[in-house]
Design a binder for this molecule. Sequence first.
Ligand code: GLU
Length: 610
Amino acid sequence: MCGIVGAVAQRDVADILVEGLKRLEYRGYDSAGVAVINNNNELQATKRLGKVQELAQALEQQPVTGGTGIAHTRWATHGIPSEVNAHPHVSNNTIAVVHNGIIENHQSLRSQLQGLGYEFLSQTDTEVITHLVHHELKTSDTLLAAVQKTVKQLEGAYGTVVMDSRDQDNIIVARSGSPLVIGYGLGENFIASDIMALLPVTRKFSYLEEGDVAQISRFNVSIFDTHGEPVEREAKEANVSHDSGDKGEYRHYMLKETYEQPTAIRNSLEGRLVGGMLDINTFGEGADEIFKNVEHVQIIACGTSYHSGMVARYWLEELAGVSCNIEIASEFRYRKSFVPKNSLLVTISQSGETADTLAALRLAKEIGYQSSLVICNVPGSSLVRESDLAFMTRAGAEIGVASTKAFTTQLVGLLMMTLAIGQHHGMSDKKQAEITQSLMSLPAKLDEVLALASSIEDLAEDFADKHHALFLGRGDQYPIAMEGALKLKEISYIHAEAYAAGELKHGPLALIDAEMPVIVVAPKNDLIEKLKSNVEEVRARGGLMYVFADNDANFSSDDTMKVIDVPVCDDIIAPIVYTLPLQLLSYYVAIIKGTDVDQPRNLAKSVTVE
Ligand code: GLU
């Protein structure tokens, strides 16, 4: 969460910083700010409440000049979104700081610094870093040394960038828990929380590791580890396309990314199912050995990724015959759990930086998990670096805060993992072939599903005046109902709940009336008759239903039910196929509601705070 950009260059950097912020805005959009050191060694800071565009307009009216600067787009944790709480925070007109994360001991540091005479202007935890660096600089030879002393006193998570108006040659950056990437240019160098921000200016990047502090100047980058020892962090060329941040012909990133799913899945499958056989190296070196020894899988994830993990549990137990548990990362990391013998820990995260999931992985290593695998969309991210194995989803940049293609490519990865584990646990050749064929058929099937868009758009009008909605599914469609409900609440702000349809009578049935639309995901499968009984229970109570079903399921529209005809598909891939109509439904309802689809209120992507 939060976007950071910094630059040390020989040209004016304000435009580069603002362009970088625009590309990172999905990470937070409560407020934005920039600070640049001008030729007279003065700090020029401009901040605005709201989106980066507000900041860009302010800078157009009152430009700032200078080659050294830092910028930030905020996702507030401490203190309301306001101009005063926007970053950069400044101490004594000299030290400017941007920060991603949470300083947990901010209260005690604030009291100490107040005792030393520092006056706090904001409610943020971040401001303690600013004054602390200023204080430490009094007894340090360099800004680097002052920052090194400062970070030793900070508890919590941070990615932070510090500059001193009296020193135009350097910015200092520090990482603990929140990602930072250095971008290398010619006679200029950069820092950002994501390479996306810097693609217009460089292609060469290196990632800071936990505890690193670095000094970035025009011609040189020096990195020091937790112990203050100089270290090298390998720089690599990025091969992402420059305009992956472009909306193209689409009105919203979310719609673009929804439509990209057939291609994203094609990319995800590419070269991995060679001649109908899964290439085990897809998961990394040693995958075969690890999968052979797995007796239990523990999946850990948050949000949408948690839902993909829930689907995987059905697949792993039914298709691969391996026991599987799934838990929310923020719960798992704070409880004592039992570790079954030969357990594989599987984490799922679009960004690979999800703070709770990363903490869960680190904990798992301590408590005896045999090995770890991550399903992830961002190469080089923390979860990828710290896991034994990785499946890269290759969804491409996902900018819309509500996840679409990241989710469905995660499911593809999890199904391939099921296949890989199943191969070592007696999965029949026939079943393996079935899974492989189903996967290969997916892109074309999803193209068919996307053709439903206009009929789903018509349906969305029914939701314009609704405040609540209930999603129902059974078996591996239950997590899809959950994902559908999450999508609807995220972007349309309609309160939505998902239930396993068999649970209706244990409570939620009490909510049913004509004001509570009930969305049912109902492919023809072994559970269809059970689901139909649940549908009747709703009908008998005057509920209005929207049923996503294939022809074979035999539903027909009437006064109490609108049926949306989803193409027939194999059972195995049905969770992926049925996800898309629900994404489209949420999208079109949000359009009617007039919400900010790509940047829904209070949310942000890449959740790097716990
Ligand atoms: N905790 C800081 C704040 O609330 C930083 C939040 C962020 O990562 O944007 O200002």
